[in-house]
Ligand binder design. Structure first.
Ligand code: NAP
Length: 318
């Protein structure tokens, strides 16, 4: 450890994977992680939650990063909620930041390779893998569907980036509509959009009745996603119970726990409007498997992903 390293480091006696979040003990990962370590033949690795306050003191983030950087048995971390704040507070401590981390100004994965500390933003990959699993190939070419995203936070931006980076035109919707409660994040999104191959309509609104009208204007088969956190982080849903989903549409709630009002609204119309209704479980599994693979340097083949997904399903809260 260099003499200039100013943070107290705990020398771990067992290999430790950190989960930097807010209420980490409540997450399903605490039950899932030990099962995955068994599957990977690494049962000695433990998970440890690091609960930080929302928008915590930058020094708190730097201390958490220093622990990983300087303790050999601290392997890495998955970061939720604090992805942007941690990036801002500690980016100078990393030897490598991947292009998505630099574009988005956030990181969800902290890992080490050959003595380098690395930060990755995995959300464009994990949001994308989840959406691809829901739609299948060439969905937008086959159906003429559009995408409506309620919320313009990190997960929504990640979904948009993923769609824009699709090589095949059939995998890109002609138009994506993003509705956000306030203007600043829409302005941030506008900057990302320059010279991208999809038309994006950005709407500032938080009136659920107006959100219903926007949803009613979507063509059949369109994907409507709740990326607001409403129904988990805050009460309610961005739409009313009267809002009608597009015929044959896909309703995608980004969360898998909480009141999930939007999910229930969609389920109530599942038969009548021939909907595919998805919650955030697949997103959760992709998010975690990507970071675990990055930190432990495991090749996440489809077969391995399926095994990990099956193990996670055994402890999924009903
Ligand atoms: N299943 C998983 O593994 C997984 C993975 C990623 C995310 N998620 C979940 O997805 C949700 C979104 O994540 P995030 O990181 O993108 O969150 P975030 O950064 O907090 O963004 C939420 C966005 O929604 C906007 N919003 C809130 N209420 C709204 C309304 N009524 N109408 C329109 N926009 C509204 C907010 O507007 P302002 O700009 O005005 O604040 C904000 O921009 C979270 O609940 C998160 O837990 C789940």
């Amino acid at each position: 450890m260099p003499a200039t390293q100013p943070y107290p480091i705990v020398t771990k006696t067992v290999p430790t994977f950190y989960f930097i979040g807010v209420t980490t003990t409540k997450s399903s990962i605490m039950k899932v992680f030990p099962l995955w370590m068994q599957e990977l033949g690494r049962p000695e690795i433990v998970i440890e939650g690091v609960d930080c306050k929302i928008h915590d003191d930058p020094e708190v983030y730097r201390r958490a990063v220093a622990q990983i950087k300087y303790d050999p048995n601290s392997l890495g971390a998955l970061v939720t909620t604090h992805k942007m704040d941690l990036y801002e507070a500690a980016k100078d401590m990393f030897e490598y930041l991947d292009p998505y981390a630099q574009t988005l100004g956030e990181m969800s994965s902290i890992s080490k390779l050959d003595g380098r500390l690395e930060g990755h933003a995995k959300d464009p990959i994990t949001a994308g893998l989840s959406l691809d699993a829901i739609t299948g190939d060439e969905y937008f070419g086959r159906t003429g569907a559009e995408v409506l995203l309620y919320g313009a936070g990190g997960s929504s931006v990640a979904t948009l980036l993923h769609l824009m980076d699709k090589k095949s035109p059939g995998d890109r919707p002609k138009r994506v509509t993003v509705v956000n409660r306030s203007q600043p994040r829409l302005d941030g999104m506008k900057q990302l959009l320059a010279s991208r191959p999809i038309e994006v309509v950005l709407i500032q609104n938080q009136d659920p009745k107006v959100n219903d009208q926007i949803m009613a204007s979507m063509p059949p088969y369109s994907v409507v996603a709740n990326a607001t956190g409403m129904g988990k982080d805050t009460p309610g849903s961005p739409i009313t119970d009267q809002g009608q989903f597009p015929m044959h549409g896909i309703a995608w709630e980004f969360n898998y726990r909480g009141e999930l009002d939007f999910l229930h609204q969609a389920r109530a119309q599942e038969q009548a409007r021939q909907l595919t209704v998805e919650d955030g479980w697949v997103y959760f599994v992709h998010g975690w498997t990507q970071v675990v693979a990055q930190v432990l340097h495991v090749d996440l083949t489809p077969a391995l992903f399926n095994r990990l997904e099956a193990a996670a399903a055994t402890v999924r809260a009903k």
